[in-house]
Design a protein around this ligand. Structure first.
Ligand SMILES: [Zn+2]
Length: 393
């Protein structure tokens, strides 16, 4: 009896699915040198983007809710108004503009349809991780040390988050050295939580480098933002985690709030295999709140009221991530924050279910990892003019 009923339900589901499939867009994977790519046209059709606007090397796709801007032969792109760094450059092959399957699955999809991210659970506790401490001073400006600014930023953030109902754990509450593994252990021992590491930036290559950036873990089989070559080494180090998609969306939520509230240079959403990202099993990001090596920015970072602005923006981003995780509401993007700031009515938060995007296609194919032989070294263009190359931030 049970089985019969189940069978009937399955048949009905199958019929509904079949009728939807007629309108569905298929993924057509294009193999180039053993790697999987998808055409930008295919991406546009799947997500319901209107036709591509091509201006020289720039390709722009938009719907009412999402906007993508690719540049041919570049890993740099704009996704809903902020810079994102792809693992592989977009390029032209046999008349088609191609984007890698890894980038589609790990960077575009989570941000285009955040409500479809698997394993987004409750967000009750925020593990704040002020970088460095003790003998590890971090970066240094003429005004002070990174370790002190990061701790102060954590201390400013804690009451803001508590006021919004979050529980807050800090990996350090004073000027002490905490090993990176211990920071990750603290995160992993905390249920229903996310991990936010707080840092300020530095470079000895470019004294005028400035602006914000944020990192989440590099996907398996892909180079980090600062790696030009995909080496066997970079593949073997880390297999990615269950929280990959959630982590990049957490990056997106915090970063859109930072850029939307504070007019610093947009250096982008980046990838790295920093220990605190590699070893944490919960959604984890590392925020770089400006450069201590740039004169103007170092002066701003030294001001408590500036750090309070940073704390406010990060807090709002975290709260937006919780709203997404728990209520499936579309997070604000940079344009929403700017509209709000300019006094214009902010749009109602709506469900991210995009009727134009057919839900029938399984994404499992895209999320499955590429076979090992795909990982021959390839060259990818360097993302900097604006880059520093941190081993650990
Ligand atoms: Zn640092």
């Amino acid at each position: 009896m049970m089985n019969l009923r189940r069978l009937t339900i399955c048949t009905i589901c199958g019929l509904v699915l079949a009728s939807r499939l007629i309108a569905a867009v298929e993924w057509q994977v294009i193999k180039v040198n053993g790697r999987d790519f998808l055409s930008v046209d295919n991406v546009a059709k799947f997500y319901g983007f209107s036709g591509a606007v091509v201006d020289g090397k720039n390709i722009k796709l938009s719907t009412e809710k999402n906007e993508l801007q690719f540049r041919v032969d570049s890993r740099e792109m704009l996704l809903n108004g902020v810079r994102n760094w792809l693992s592989f450059p977009v390029f032209v092959h046999e008349g088609k503009v191609l984007v890698s399957r890894i980038d589609l699955a790990k960077t575009l999809e989570p941000q285009l349809r955040p409500n479809m991210i698997k394993n987004l659970g409750r967000v009750q506790t925020i593990v704040l991780d002020p970088g460095h401490g003790g003998f590890d001073k971090g970066a240094i400006s003429g005004y002070g040390y990174e370790k002190d600014y990061a701790l102060d930023l954590g201390r400013l953030l804690r009451p803001l988050l508590q006021a919004r109902g979050f529980r807050v754990i800090m990996t350090r509450e004073s000027d002490v050295f905490v090993p990176l593994e211990v920071r990750a252990q603290i995160a992993n021992a905390t249920r229903d939580s996310i991990f936010v590491s707080l840092h300020f930036n530095a470079t000895d290559r470019d004294p005028i480098a400035s602006g914000f950036e944020i990192y989440s873990l590099t996907p398996r089989g892909a180079p980090s933002t600062y790696e030009d070559w995909l080496t066997q080494m970079s593949i073997n180090i880390q297999n990615g985690t269950e929280a990959d998609a959630a982590s990049v969306e957490l990056s997106s939520c915090i970063y859109h709030s930072l850029i939307g509230h504070i007019g610093e240079f947009d250096r982008g959403i980046k990838r790295a295999r920093f220990a605190v990202l590699r070893l944490t099993k919960i959604p984890a990001v590392l925020v770089e709140g400006g450069f201590l090596t740039e004169r103007g920015e170092s002066r701003l970072i030294a001001k408590p009221e500036w750090r309070k602005r940073l704390a406010d923006a990060i807090c709002t981003g975290i709260d937006n991530f919780r709203t997404l995780a728990e209520n499936k509401k579309r997070p604000f993007v940079v344009a929403d924050y700017r509209r709000e700031k300019s006094g214009g009515a902010a749009p109602e938060k709506e469900s991210v279910v995009n009727p134009a995007a057919p839900p029938t296609l399984s994404l499992d194919m895209l999320y499955s990892e590429a076979p090992r032989e795909d990982f021959a070294p390839i060259q990818t263009p360097t993302p900097s003019p604006i880059g520093t190359a941190p081993a650990e931030p």
